[in-house]
Each structure stands twice: as structure tokens, then as C-alpha cells.
Write a protein that binds this ligand. Structure first.
Ligand code: ZN
Length: 509
């Protein structure tokens, strides 16, 4: 069995999905979960683009003991120096990931450089980075639309200059499995020093082929896959981590390759990413969608009940889908609560445990049974909100068939309490009008979605909203047993994100 390295870029490429901005605390929280999932490398950000990205890479690199932490840099010394600064005290290893385009279309219109200039810049960048660390990844952006011989030349030279991983990205999601495997094979045969590096693949899903392309490349000897949880990423997204990992796991004889992923952590990681980014997982999404293990049709159910393997190639428990079991109730104490957090893999500070416990008690008062999913939601919210400008203090709404809906709301703005009341076409509308007044937001509400976290009428509602201001889109999520309160939290969460960082440079791989 070949061991394939899993390079997770949820925090960098995934975060570049429209609206999926994460703050430093959210990235740290997610990075800890990615470490429990046991990915090999986490790409935590693009340090030169913002202080937040720099801090995220630095904090994650300094905390994680078992994972290599990478930061992205263009082939420029100032970008590379910034990554080097962020990873210099990495607990395990820090990686500098350098990217420059190699396709003629990018050279001509974007970089305005000749092939020779790109080759020189690549070599100089890798040499410069090698002063700081031995773990250097080089990405030939838009590799799949590059001239194959030029790509071979660049690959050979950056390996000579010290690159230890060479990535062949399908940046625009253009290739197909048959072509991509030929390209990987071509590089394997033509680049004389290819055995001195790990060949990596990074596929985008514009034609729905990202996972298929990645698997085709693995069959030809690629040793690293770059992917994201839930396949989030720019445009149609990146190759999805859970799909690649479970394909290798389910078909070992076909692929003769495996990863070190702890598959039982997949479902939890997927939920956390959805919650933090505000991006709902489509119900029919492979592996982690709500319907991925639902057997509807009568014939299938009959077969399934006689023998699971008739229609089931994967088991829900393999990816850690909980049987929605009752964990705690109203009378559970702080100690039991803390124990349960530990079993679920969360190790919080005493302060965070105390705050989360208060919220757990409040929830247990509203809701008969508290499930693992409810607790995960509480923790994610608790950890996300630390640097937020606005927080919901209280909300009261009257509505129904007789009354004109009125919302009375108090929110805090950096600790200062603001109050107002407002009417609207319905309770959510009234609440949103009141929030818009207090925050003076100029954003437009683009989408509003409601989902329940577990079953039952006392289940927590999870609300996702998308808002837009000056062409910038952000998403927010909120949950509560009361749908209107969940709606208010989601809207405030989105407005907080809008107040957050603005990127100055955008660049992909
Ligand atoms: Zn990408």
C-alpha cells in the first residue's frame, strides 16, 4: 500500500470560496479538528494578504504537534519572508508553499513575463525559501493548461533548487481523468530527478471532476493530494477530502493506496466546516450529505434489511455519523459535561468550558434531550465569537394571525448595549429590520435558509444567511431552539464577518 499524504487547504483555498471568511479563532478551532482527523499538512493561510492570515498560520504552526503547517507565497521574496516569519517556531514542521503560473495564457495576460523569466523567478524563489526551511512546495499554477515540456523543465529546475514537493494543479478545473493521468505519467517519465520530490495534485471541480482527476493521478504515482472538507473552495470548489479518502479506503485493491486519515472524525469535521463557513452541505453530497446513507426505495430497503452489503458500500459509523444518541440532560453537572467534551475530542480552557456549560444549561432547559450535535454547535459558537463587534443580548417578538409583528431587540456593540424595536412583514423581517437599524448595515440579504440540527419539534434550528455589501459576500450561521432567535444570531454573525478583514490580494493555485 502506498501512503498518500493529505494536504488540507480548507483554511486557505476553502476560505477563498465567496463568503466563507474565517477569523483567527475559527481557523484555530478547525485546525485542531483537522489534527484530530490526522491530515498530514494543513495550509493555514496566505500570510502576505492580511494580518489575520499571518496570525492564523503562526498560531496554528506553533500549536500543532503532529501536523506540518504550510503558508502560501507568490514567487516573491517579500511573500516568502512573511511565510518564513509565520512558521519559524513551528511545533512540528513549517512548509513554504510557493506558487507561480506556468501556462502561456497566465504568462501573457496576468504575469506579463516570458517563460525564461518565470523559470528564473521559480528557481530564485525556491532557493530563497530554502534558507528558512527544508520543506518547500512549489506549485505550477494552471499546470494543466501549460506546455508539457516547459512544465517538465520548471519541475526539474525547482527540484534542483531544493523543492521537496512539486504540485501540478488543475487551477481552473479544466482537465479530465484520462488526460491528467497522461500528464502525471509524462512528468514521471521525463523529469530525471522526479524521484527526489513528492508529486502533488490539486484539482478544482468546475466540471465536477476534481475527485476523479485526483484519483487518476494517484494511480500514476502522485504522492500528495490537496483537498478541502466538503469540497469547498473558489467557484465550484476543490476536490473533497472525504470523497478521496473514502474512495481509497473502499477500493484498496484498485488504488493500492491509503491515507492516515482517522475516518471516524470526518462527519464531525464536515459539520464544523459547514457551521463556521455558513455553507450548507447539499443533501445528496457523497459521504457527508444528509441523504448519503438514506435508503428510500422499497426494493433497496428490503435488500438492505436482509443484508447490509447488498446496497451499502460504506458504513455511516466509519465516518463517525453519530446515531444521534442522548448524551446529557438537564441534571448533568459541569464535571460530566467536561468529560463528555473530552470524549468528543474538545480540550477547552476552563473559561471556555464555563461559558459553554452555562449555555448548555440554558439549552437543556429549553430542550429535553441534548445530543452531541447540539454540543458541537455550542462549542463552535462559543469559540467563533471572541473578536466579534456585535452580539445578541436579548430578543422579544410578538406575532401571529392577529398582531402586526414587532421585534424588540438588545445587542451589544463592543460591550455597549443598544436597544430598539421594529415592525416587519413577519417575525424574521421585523427582527432583521431592528438589527439593520442598530448596526447601520448597508448590506443586502441575499439568501436565508433554515435547517434542523436533530429531529423533533424541540430540535435546534440552524439558520444560514448570505449578505452582500459593495460586491462582497459573506455568510453567517446561528442556532437556537427558537427559529427567530437562530435567525437573529445568523444575521448578526454575518454582519460581524462583514466588519472583519478585507483582503488586499487574491491569488489562487
Ligand atoms: Zn486551488
Amino acid at each position: 500500500m502506498r501512503q498518500i499524504r493529505v494536504f488540507d487547504t480548507t483554511l486557505r483555498d476553502g476560505e477563498q470560496s465567496p463568503g466563507a471568511t474565517m477569523n483567527v479563532d475559527e481557523k484555530l478551532q478547525l485546525a485542531r479538528q483537522l489534527a484530530r482527523l490526522n491530515v498530514d499538512i494543513i495550509e493555514a493561510g496566505f500570510p502576505i494578504t492580511s494580518q489575520g492570515d499571518f496570525e492564523a498560520v503562526k498560531l496554528i504552526a506553533e500549536e500543532l504537534e503532529t501536523v506540518t503547517v504550510a503558508g502560501l507565497a507568490r514567487a516573491r521574496f517579500e511573500d516568502i519572508d512573511r511565510v518564513a516569519e509565520a512558521i519559524k517556531n513551528a511545533r512540528k514542521t513549517g512548509r513554504i508553499h510557493i506558487v507561480i503560473a506556468t501556462s502561456d495564457i497566465h504568462l501573457k495576460f496576468k504575469l506579463k513575463m516570458t517563460r525564461q523569466e518565470v523559470l528564473n523567478a521559480s528557481i530564485n524563489a525556491v532557493r530563497h525559501a530554502r534558507q528558512y526551511t527544508d520543506d518547500i512546495e512549489f506549485s505550477a499554477e494552471d499546470a494543466t493548461r501549460s506546455d508539457w515540456d516547459f512544465l517538465c523543465r520548471v519541475t526539474e529546475e525547482v527540484i534542483k533548487a531544493g523543492a521537496t514537493t512539486v504540485n501540478i494543479p488543475d487551477t481552473v478545473g479544466y482537465t479530465a481523468p484520462v488526460e491528467y493521468s497522461e500528464l502525471i505519467e509524462y512528468l514521471m517519465n521525463r523529469v530525471p530527478n522526479i524521484d527526489k520530490c513528492v508529486v502533488s495534485v490539486h484539482c478544482h471541480n468546475d466540471l465536477g471532476l476534481a475527485v476523479a482527476n485526483s484519483l487518476a493521478a494517484i494511480l500514476k504515482g502522485a504522492g500528495q493530494v490537496e483537498c478541502t472538507i466538503n469540497g469547498i473552495g473558489e467557484r465550484a470548489g476543490n476536490a473533497s477530502l472525504e470523497e478521496i479518502v473514502m474512495a481509497l479506503k473502499t477500493r484498496p485493491k484498485l488504488f493500492m493506496a491509503d491515507t492516515s486519515i482517522v475516518t471516524r472524525e470526518i462527519y464531525k469535521t464536515s459539520r464544523m466546516v459547514s457551521k463556521i463557513t455558513g455553507m450548507i452541505v447539499q443533501p445528496n453530497k457523497a459521504i457527508v450529505g444528509a441523504n448519503a446513507f438514506a435508503h428510500e426505495s422499497g426494493i433497496h430497503q428490503d435488500g438492505f434489511l436482509k443484508e447490509r452489503s447488498t446496497y451499502e458500500i460504506l458504513k455511516p459509523e466509519d465516518i463517525g455519523i453519530p446515531g444521534s444518541k442522548l448524551v446529557l440532560g438537564k441534571h448533568s453537572g459541569r464535571h460530566a459535561f467536561k468529560d463528555r467534551l473530552g470524549q468528543m475530542g474538545y480540550h477547552l480552557t476552563d473559561d471556555d468550558v464555563n461559558h459553554t456549560f452555562e449555555r448548555f444549561k440554558a439549552l437543556a432547559d429549553q430542550k429535553k434531550y441534548v445530543f452531541d450535535e447540539d454540543i458541537e454547535t455550542l462549542i463552535t459558537e462559543e469559540i467563533s465569537k471572541t473578536d466579534y463587534v456585535y452580539n445578541l443580548v436579548s430578543l422579544g417578538v410578538t406575532c401571529g394571525t392577529e398582531d402586526k409583528p414587532i421585534a424588540r431587540i438588545t445587542i451589544s456593540k463592543r460591550g455597549e448595549e443598544l436597544k430598539t424595536e421594529s415592525t416587519g412583514d413577519g417575525p424574521v423581517d421585523a427582527t432583521y429590520n431592528a438589527i439593520a437599524q442598530l448596526t447601520e448595515t448597508k448590506s443586502q440579504l441575499i439568501r436565508y435558509e433554515v435547517k434542523s440540527i436533530t429531529g423533533g419539534t424541540d430540535a435546534q434550528a440552524e439558520v444560514f444567511v448570505t449578505i452582500e455589501e459593495d460586491g462582497r459576500t459573506v455568510r453567517g450561521a446561528g442556532s437556537h431552539t427558537d427559529t427567530i432567535v437562530a435567525s437573529a444570531k445568523a444575521y448578526i454573525n454575518a454582519i460581524n464577518k462583514l466588519e472583519g478583514k478585507n483582503r488586499v490580494i487574491t491569488q489562487g493555485v
